[in-house]
Design a protein around this ligand. Structure first.
Ligand SMILES: NC(=O)c1ccc[n+]([C@@H]2O[C@H](COP(=O)([O-])OP(=O)(O)OC[C@H]3O[C@@H](n4cnc5c(N)ncnc54)[C@H](OP(=O)(O)O)[C@@H]3O)[C@@H](O)[C@H]2O)c1
Length: 290
């Protein structure tokens, strides 16, 4: 297939690489047009600039576009929103796409509220408890208007090389915020693996899939495991701290049953397998990098 990946950041690069390795003809766009991904042609373009996507008009017709754009890092809230809500359609237009548009979109499980650890799946009505979740929902709706054939992959917390926030938090010696919050995670390489798997299906993928590992876990459990694995003393918890965790991310358990029922493989079905390579070594050095 000829595949276009919009956004070549943490996830987009891994997806583009995996698809190129699988033999697809892959192109992609980021703002700078810089960076190298083996087998992938990288173009520069800005979805927020008036004629910022001119370079895309020379791209040969594509069969599938995957949007891995992120509004994080934009100057203001409106630019953040526009990257998600307008970005995929603007790129599809710039590609001068003729025929049925097929776009897959990396979304977020942040569209669910959840306060009591309830399980959420594809049938659960979204109920975002923060602005970022609302923007994600708006982006999903815009995507369905802009394309004929869509698949939204709602990702849980992303981690992988260079993104190991839970480890950094666990290693700090101050009281942790809200240890009783459920944490749902997915390794970046498993996101890429899932996308590659979906391209191999005979049937189009379902319009909505939650992408998370097999093992939601309480932050307390994860922090304790990290500290024990790093041979550090037990952490101390401040149960009453009015932290940001509940308000910003909800407290829910993300079900990946539909993903697994499709047969999608996960290399890191459990956070312990995924985080182990990034634990500090015995000299205390950080292993978080690539
Ligand atoms: N991070 C998480 O924990 C998490 C959790 C759930 C879901 N997600 C979703 O997963 C998706 C990918 O996240 P990520 O962490 O891989 O993102 P990322 O590393 O921040 O990469 C975002 C990409 O979008 C490009 N981009 C941003 N603004 C642009 C613009 N105006 N014009 C053109 N390109 C632009 C960036 O270009 P440059 O490289 O040139 O900057 C970058 O390549 C996002 O939709 C995010 O919401 C993330």
């Amino acid at each position: 297939m000829r595949i276009f990946v919009a956004g070549l950041g943490f996830c987009g690069r891994a997806i583009a690489l995996r698809l190129a390795e699988a033999g697809h003809e892959v192109r992609g766009v980021n703002r700078s047009g810089e960076g190298e991904v083996a087998g992938v042609r990288i173009l520069g373009g800005d979805v927020l600039a008036g004629d910022g996507l001119r370079a895309l008009s020379a791209v040969p017709p594509v069969d599938l576009m995957i949007s891995a754009l992120s509004g994080t890092g934009q100057a203001d809230a409106e630019a953040y929103r526009r990257v998600y809500v307008e970005g995929p359609a603007r790129i599809a237009d710039a590609l001068r796409w003729r025929g049925a548009r097929k776009i897959w979109f990396l979304g977020s499980t942040g569209v669910y509220g959840g306060a009591d650890g309830e399980q959420v799946d594809e049938e659960t009505p979204p109920d975002p408890s923060h602005r970022a979740g609302e923007v994600q929902l708006e982006a999903e709706a815009a995507l369905r208007s802009a394309a004929d054939d869509t698949c939204v992959l709602r990702l849980s917390g992303l981690y992988g090389p260079g993104r190991t926030r839970l480890i950094r938090q666990a290693l700090r010696m101050r009281p942790y915020l809200k240890p009783e919050i459920w944490s749902n995670q997915i390794h970046r390489d498993d996101v890429a693996g899932v996308v590659a798997f979906l391209t191999e299906l005979q049937e189009p993928p379902p319009p909505l899939l939650l992408v998370s590992d097999d093992r939601p876990a309480l932050r307390r459990e994860i922090f304790d495991w990290i500290r024990e694995a790093a041979e550090l003393p037990e952490g101390c918890y401040d149960e009453d701290h009015p932290g940001r965790a509940t308000r910003d991310r909800g407290c829910k358990r993300v079900s990946n049953a539909r993903l697994r029922a499709l047969g999608a493989p996960l290399r890191y079905p459990d956070y312990r397998q995924g985080l182990a390579p990034y634990l500090p070594n015995r000299s205390g050095a950080d292993n978080a990098g690539e």
